[in-house]
Design a protein around this ligand. Structure first.
Ligand SMILES: [Zn+2]
Length: 386
């Protein structure tokens, strides 16, 4: 019997050990945030359903499943707090099955994104453009349960959802762009990690992984940009409903930039340093690449790209400033400036041309962009011939 993507995921998790269970609401969050995360899980599931149909329509059958799991794959006794997100190609598919792909977030990854936004909006001196910041805690108070102002509490939730959407799209584009096929080595499992890296692939070429990460970032931002301009959202949230387009791009810049900094913070807690052998690009490189992408492509029809990219850059700056302020209050919250920046600057020289090359040529035969282009080509040839 052929397994559905959801059954294939359950089979995968059970073969990876009994602790890799599906996490249940409220995910260690208080009730309101637990409900938001449940709503996100539903939104993510229907997003992947719709993407599965679109891929099928261009001849790429690829069953997809999203879930939130209890603990990280490399969780052991090393004190790993378990924040990670994954794109996985099912290695256990029967011969009669079309291999499924999974996008998985650990509960800690999703939970901490909500908690980080709550922590930022709880500070009276941060994000003074949102709601009534004077209702919040003075700088000296370190622990508050969440923003006191309901407008700021709602904003924190909306921004967390936007951050999770970017993370979801990033992992999805690892699947759709053929990244998993591109890194698959005979006999090895193909799994991409957002924070750590898969033990099967530690000896492989790190440069290739860095480029794939930037490619997934750009595809995710491209998708979100289209959503933002069209007023579409995965889970209904006010930040993208009420504000002007410039403001929405500023919210977007805040969300994406915070995700990169949180990832770097979690990596540092795992003692993963930014080096040439690392699989992830430095957060500054990711920030700069996305900003450059928006400058050229944010709104190709109406030539407002520069304006929207500037709004996005203001969001990026807001996060860097906020984390600098948080760092003086709670060093563990941390900023990562300076770590490996020299190396990042040198790597940009080859990363960007390599990124441009794979964006033109596709990553592999299973890259949906390459497949879609090939399907368009015969029609174009026909038209040219007629
Ligand atoms: Zn990735």
């Amino acid at each position: 019997m052929t397994a559905t993507a959801s059954e294939a995921c359950a089979r995968y998790l059970s073969k990876r050990g009994s602790v890799r269970r599906i996490a249940q609401a409220p995910f260690g969050l208080h009730r309101g945030l637990g409900e938001s995360l449940s709503a996100f899980r539903d939104g993510a599931a229907s997003f992947l359903d719709s993407m599965e149909r679109q891929l099928q329509a261009i001849g790429l059958p690829r069953p997809l499943h999203f879930d939130i799991i209890e603990s990280a794959f490399d969780d052991d006794s090393s004190g790993n707090a378990g924040q990670d997100a994954y794109a996985v190609a099912d290695p256990y598919a029967e011969e009669s099955e079309t291999p499924a792909s999974f996008v998985l977030f650990t509960a800690a990854f999703a939970r901490d994104i909500f908690l980080a936004w709550d922590a930022l909006l709880t500070r009276t001196e941060l994000f003074r453009d949102v709601g009534n910041p004077d209702m919040e805690q003075p700088a000296a108070v370190l622990v508050a349960p969440g923003p006191a102002d309901p407008i700021r509490a709602a904003y924190a939730r909306d921004q967390a959802l936007l951050t999770l959407e970017f993370a979801l799209y990033h992992e999805f584009y690892h699947v759709a762009s053929g990244h998993l096929e591109a890194i698959k080595q005979a006999g090895l499992e193909a799994r991409l990690h957002a924070v750590t890296r898969s033990p099967e692939q530690v000896n492989l070429d790190a440069r290739r992984y860095k480029v794939l990460e930037l490619d997934a970032d750009m595809m995710a931002l491209r998708h979100l940009t289209t959503d933002v301009l069209a007023g579409r959202q995965l889970v209904s949230h006010g930040a993208l409903e009420t504000s002007s387009e410039g403001e929405r791009f500023r919210h977007l810049g805040r969300s994406v930039t915070l995700l990169f900094r949180l990832i770097e913070l979690w990596r540092r807690n795992e003692h993963i340093q930014y080096t040439a052998a690392d699989f992830h690009p430095h957060p500054d490189v990711r920030d700069a690449t996305l900003h450059a992408y928006l400058q050229l492509n944010a709104d190709t029809d109406e030539a407002r790209s520069l304006e929207l990219a500037q709004a996005y850059a203001r969001g990026q700056e807001d996060i860097i400033e906020a984390l600098e302020a948080m760092n003086t209050l709670a060093p563990n919250f941390g900023i990562v400036e300076g770590l490996g920046q020299d190396l990042a600057a040198r790597e940009t020289e080859w990363l960007i041309p390599e990124l441009n090359r794979i964006r033109k040529e596709g990553v592999c035969a299973q890259d949906f962009r390459r497949v879609a282009a090939r399907r368009r080509q015969p029609q174009a040839d026909e038209q040219a011939g007629s």
